[in-house]
Ligand binder design. Sequence first.
Ligand code: HEC
Length: 187
Amino acid sequence: MKKISSLGLLVVLFVVLSACNRDKNHPGYIYYPDMAYSQAYDTYSENPVFAEGQTMRTPAEGTIPRGHTPYPFKAKSFPDQVAAGVQLINPVPHSAEVIATGKQQFEIFCMNCHGMEGKGDGHLYTSKLFPAKPTSLVEDYVKNKPDGEIYHVITMGSLSGLMGGHGGQITPENRWKIIHYVRELGK
Ligand code: HEC
């Protein structure tokens, strides 16, 4: 009896160890190949399981990407721009560091049109590559606009559409930092 059970143990050990291999890149004996090698469909491949034949699923309605904040105000809508001005408050506190980042971001995204000092005389305009005169950011018209309105214009673009929205390129935090810098320029 003892002999049979130790023989049984040996057989089990042999079967289990036969799946071991010193080379980590090459598995030993595979008992269930369909588990070892996934049968998953590639993201963009056809898929017979779903009615419309696609593997990639449409996200559930209302899904937002990680880190994304939904923006409720519509582009090219004066009431929405004004509402943004009333409802949105600059959440980034003023500091030398914030101004430095705001300046750096302004010089990447705004200076080419609005000019180094925000006077509306950027290279794209003075070189006649861009036909419309960019608004001066240092005169009363913009100085008197609430931060939220400027945030709206940066995010969605201007009412006429001459200035495009930068919501896809500049993070919300950096948009607010740019506004701090625009206020510095206006001082
Ligand atoms: C491609 C050129 C271009 C770039 C880049 C650009 N602007 Fe403009 N911007 C314009 C033009 C042109 C206008 C005037 C548009 C109009 O009257 O509709 C304008 C208008 C504005 C206004 C006034 C909006 C209003 O309500 O009248 C603000 C504020 C402004 N821009 C800020 C910025 C900031 C901040 C950036 C950088 C994030 C920026 N712009 C980038 C061209 C540009």
